[in-house]
Design a protein around this ligand. Structure first.
Ligand SMILES: NC(=O)c1ccc[n+]([C@@H]2O[C@H](COP(=O)([O-])OP(=O)(O)OC[C@H]3O[C@@H](n4cnc5c(N)ncnc54)[C@H](OP(=O)(O)O)[C@@H]3O)[C@@H](O)[C@H]2O)c1
Length: 253
């Protein structure tokens, strides 16, 4: 089966393309790097010709509030219109657990706009909500860095998170792409629920970074306040097998 992976050269996309090949399908990695651009429309119709399934794991090149909203709106509109013309039967997209609860953040307003376009389109769909990737822990640490030159430690929320390895995300996305559309949202998460500041402290220590991490219940997460429920999934989430220690060991090797 021909499956177009929008963002197929990115972190999740490249792992997903490899898994779909292994399972005997014909994945097409589609991104500006392969001549397919969902913003300009370049290469889109040709890439979608004959595709039954499209998986969208693209991300905005800029995380600035307006830029991210513009990206997900334009990309979603262009992509879903091209899919309708091509007769695509299943649209699968990757979004974030708690998106609807995190609307004080420009990034999550962009993700919600992406989801709303999918739900309004006639194409059958599956939205996969994932928690934060372990690969994003460095980005979270960076977002809480204090002081010029970031030498004054890291201040982060003490809210719970339940991060997941990108390998487990790619596996779940492959399963979703090969299953029937659910016309709804499914959740995936990692095996452990931990406090954000505690996990980032473990991560920094493991990478030899000796900056202290201050846990602050009032610290914003990319512009939005958190509580202990904000970033964690409901009880029916599919859980990945890879925990922090295993992920870190694999990464180091
Ligand atoms: N980070 C997290 O913790 C987390 C958690 C849950 C969900 N997510 C979601 O996971 C998704 C994938 O994240 P990722 O970290 O794998 O992303 P990534 O590594 O940054 O890759 C982004 C991909 O998007 C492509 N892209 C950018 N502009 C494009 C355009 N105009 N047309 C087509 N493709 C375009 C890039 O192509 P080029 O390389 O050619 O530019 C690249 O392949 C995102 O939607 C994100 O919201 C992330």
């Amino acid at each position: 089966m021909k499956i177009v992976v929008i963002g197929g050269t990115g972190l999740i996309g490249s792992k997903l393309v490899a898994r779909l090949w292994e399972r005997g399908h014909e994945p097409v990695p589609a991104s500006p790097g392969t001549g397919v651009n969902t913003i300009t429309g370049e290469g889109l119709n040709a890439a979608l010709a004959g595709a039954q399934v499209v998986v969208d794991v693209a991300n905005s090149p800029s995380f600035e509030d307006q830029a991210v909203l513009d990206f997900f709106q334009a990309s979603g509109r262009n992509l879903l219109a091209a899919e309708q013309k091509a007769g695509v039967r299943h649209h699968v997209a990757l979004s974030v657990v708690g998106t609807e609860r995190l609307q004080q953040s420009g990034y999550f307003r962009g993700k919600l706009a992406q989801e709303q376009l999918i739900k309004a389109s006639p194409i059958p769909y599956t939205i996969v909500h994932a928690t934060q990737f372990f690969e994003f822990l460095g980005g979270i640490a960076q977002s809480g860095a204090q002081g010029q030159g970031q030498g004054q430690g890291v201040r982060l929320s003490s809210a719970y998170i339940q991060p997941i390895a990108s390998d487990d995300v790619a596996e779940a996305m492959a399963d979703a792409a090969l299953a029937e559309p659910v016309n709804g949202t499914v959740e995936i998460a990692g095996p452990e629920r931990v406090r954000m500041a505690d996990l980032v402290a473990r991560y920094l220590k493991a990478t030899g970074d000796d900056r202290p991490v201050q846990a602050d219940p009032g610290a914003l997460y990319f512009g939005t306040p958190l509580n202990d429920r904000s970033l964690v999934p409901g009880e029916n989430a599919r859980l990945g097998a890879i925990g922090f220690e295993e992920w870190f060991a694999r990464r180091a090797s």
